[in-house]
Design a protein around this ligand. Structure first.
Ligand SMILES: [Zn+2]
Length: 323
């Protein structure tokens, strides 16, 4: 048995896996995106045709975040002229660009960590069946080694881990990005994740920006769909938000891994200059990622590749579709 499994009692593990395995995105090699770095929107879409103002739309019935820091003048769910300077900001009202990776020149690669939190995961956490969905060993290592990284946060994860979020925001080498509020699927067939209605898509993503924004730090307008699942409808719904959709070109396959080796092999065999590597910081659902990470860092160094914030890796990417 992997050492990490001792962190969670066997029964709890079985319960957790039964309830969650079907709900959490499980990137498989087949899901690896192969399309071009930028998918230009085929047609513009008026912001007014979306399902109303993100702030005005109804939201799920849960408590407000508890104890976030004082608000700071960072962008919120509602795009405004000031967001033009924020990494990932695209022109609101146009379908957002979809990015897999940055330019294949230079030596930079982006390590991205998704922080999933579904309702099922939250239940496991609060019932005590799961100890943690926040892999602090990853944060410790990145801080200790001064490694830049980008975190795609779900709103519910932030609400469960305000202190960890504060820690991430306080690190000048970490960027914060958006991974939806509750990790619902934005297409009909996405790893058995419950699907969000089209009418709630923009509000869900806007709400997540509003949850993350008060923490400050290196805020962005980067957004990642759960399971990387998206279609033209989902992209069109997010047009009012002025985001850049980031898929990634190196899917590590770390969810539910039982050994660090396949994760390390998957990353180091596919990574190239400009790559965006998809990893998870979800601990119980990705229990080997912290063991894989030092080996990944060593392998990157051996290949002459240097981790950098996502905004720097994508720096030469065209900012947004036009016309
Ligand atoms: Zn996810």
């Amino acid at each position: 048995m992997p050492v990490k499994n001792s962190r969670v009692p066997l029964v709890a593990t079985l319960v957790a896996l039964t309830g969650v395995v079907a709900l959490l995105a499980l990137p498989a090699p087949g899901r690896e995106t192969g399309h071009a770095a930028i998918v230009r929107a085929p047609a513009s879409r008026e912001a007014a045709t979306a399902s109303g103002s993100p702030r005005a739309a109804p939201v799920e019935g849960s408590a407000e975040p508890t104890g976030p820091p004082a608000p700071s003048p960072v962008p919120t769910g509602r795009p405004d002229p000031g967001t033009a300077t924020v990494p990932g900001a695209s022109r609101a009202g146009r379908q957002p660009p979809v990015v897999d990776h940055g330019p294949r020149t230079g030596d930079k690669v982006a390590l991205t960590f998704d922080a999933d939190m579904t309702d099922a995961m939250r239940y496991q956490l609060r019932s005590g069946a799961v100890r943690s969905y926040a892999n602090l060993a990853i944060v410790d290592l990145l801080e200790r080694e001064r490694v830049p990284a980008t975190f795609f946060l779900t709103g519910k994860w932030v609400e469960e881990y305000p202190d960890v979020t504060r820690r991430l925001a306080a690190n000048p080498r970490f960027e914060l990005a958006n991974h939806t509020y509750g990790h619902l699927a934005f297409t009909a067939d996405c790893y058995h994740l419950p699907t969000i209605p089209r009418q709630r898509m923009a509000a869900d993503v806007a709400r997540t920006f509003d949850v993350i924004a008060p923490y400050g730090g290196r805020q962005t307008r980067y957004f990642r769909f759960p399971g990387l699942c998206h279609d033209r409808i989902a992209l069109a719904e997010l047009a009012p938000l002025g985001v850049t959709v980031v898929d990634g070109d190196v899917v590590s396959g770390d969810p539910f891994a039982r050994s660090w080796r396949p994760i390390v092999d998957a990353v180091l065999s596919r990574v190239r200059p400009g790559s965006v590597v998809v990893l998870h910081v979800t601990e119980a659902n990705a229990p080997m990622t912290d063991e894989a990470l030092p080996r990944i860092l060593a392998g990157l160094a051996a290949q002459g590749l240097t981790p950098a914030p996502l905004s720097e890796v994508l720096a030469a990417t065209p900012p947004s579709p036009t016309a």
